[in-house]
Design a binder for this molecule. Structure first.
Ligand SMILES: *Cc1c(COP(=O)(O)O)cnc(C)c1O
Length: 338
């Protein structure tokens, strides 16, 4: 089954839009990072199972229970607090136990693997799932994925010895869902992949038949002809290579176009690839159109039509995840169906 990861406002795409589309496409679970993100899905009327990927503060347990979120748990204190809240409500709560097999971030460390199954002794919190997270699934020849898999198997064996065989065993993120079938288990937690984007240079979404879900489209607000050598934008980091047309587009780093794209990216105008030139500003950027006369109002495709989030990630020395999660609230999201 698929767990569609819609944290960080659906990786910048809109969490409710992404969740609704994923469920319509057959996803069995949703996942979020924060209780507030789960509450927003509930407020939108989404009643699917929602996994909370990290333990929140114990102060948020009531909100978590009110929103019927399924927490990933990995500390004795949190499990005890959750059990106390469950008992006081006269309910049992299902949780997924997260073990650290080598990610080194959150999860029960190996030193606590003996004792952690005892945390659930009073049965007001049930272990409905066991999960882990992979550190290097997006590197095709990293040996640690197989090592983490083996450690996870040993934990699953230990749990089985205690009679614990939960319905949901899961380990895979997008890269593992695409490239490491041995760790698919019952559920794959797919984030970047449901948006059609590559987790890394090693794992190319397009080669796996995925298409980007998002386009970023703006338009020309101002255009002028300049003479060869005319400098433009902050710091004069670019000058016109010839006489020609320079267009202004009302989008900038405050919308999520990285300033690092300065002189390093292209946009599509009328189906033609044109360079983004001069320093990217807070609210505007410039596009060099050469001899092609351009008109105010003409659409400018910043992402889409062959300009890929992966290209921005390379140009800005980051990953696709950071590009899309940095698209800010100032950009209106328009839902389209295709
Ligand atoms: C964000 C996250 C995912 C999704 O990762 P992708 O690489 O986007 O598929 C899966 N599991 C956990 C625990 C996460 O935090």
């Amino acid at each position: 089954e698929v767990c569609a990861v819609v944290k960080a406002d659906g990786y910048g795409h809109g969490a409710v839009t992404a969740a609704t589309a994923a469920l319509a496409g057959g996803a069995r679970w949703l996942a979020v990072a924060l209780v507030e993100e789960g509450q927003a899905l509930r407020a939108a009327g989404i009643d699917a199972d929602v996994l909370l990927l990290s333990e929140p503060s114990v102060d948020a347990i009531d909100a978590l229970l009110d929103a019927h979120l399924t927490p990933m748990v990995y500390t004795r204190d949190f499990v005890a607090a959750l059990a106390g809240a469950a008992r006081s409500r006269g309910i049992t709560v299902g949780a997924h136990l997260k073990v650290d097999t080598g990610m080194g971030r959150v999860g029960v460390p190996a030193a606590e693997w003996e004792e952690c199954l005892d945390w659930f002794a009073d049965e007001s919190v049930t272990i409905d799932g066991i999960a882990t997270h992979l550190a290097r699934a997006d590197e095709l020849d990293a040996p640690t994925t197989a090592e983490q898999h083996a450690r996870f198997e040993s934990f699953l064996d230990r749990a089985a010895d205690f009679g614990i065989r939960p319905r949901w065993v899961h380990a895979a993120n997008t890269a593992a869902a695409l490239c490491h079938p041995a760790v698919h288990y019952d559920l794959v937690r797919v984030g970047i992949g449901i948006y059609g984007l590559s987790p890394s240079a090693d794992v190319d979404a397009a080669a796996h038949g995925l298409r980007p879900a998002l386009r970023v489209v703006s338009h020309i607000t101002y255009a002028k002809r300049v003479t060869a050598g005319t400098p433009a934008s902050y710091g004069h980091r670019w000058s016109a290579p010839a006489d020609g047309w320079l267009a202004t587009v009302p989008i900038g780093y405050a919308d999520g176009v990285p300033r690092a794209l300065t002189n390093r990216a292209t946009a599509m105008l009328g189906g033609v690839r044109r360079p983004i030139v001069g320093t990217v500003c807070m609210d505007q950027l410039l596009v060099w159109c050469g001899d092609a006369a351009v008109t105010v109002g003409e659409p400018v495709v910043l992402l889409g039509d062959g300009v890929r989030v992966e290209d921005w990630a390379v140009a800005a020395d980051t990953i696709t995840y950071e590009i899309v999660t940095q698209l800010t609230a100032r950009l209106p999201r328009v839902e389209v169906t295709s």
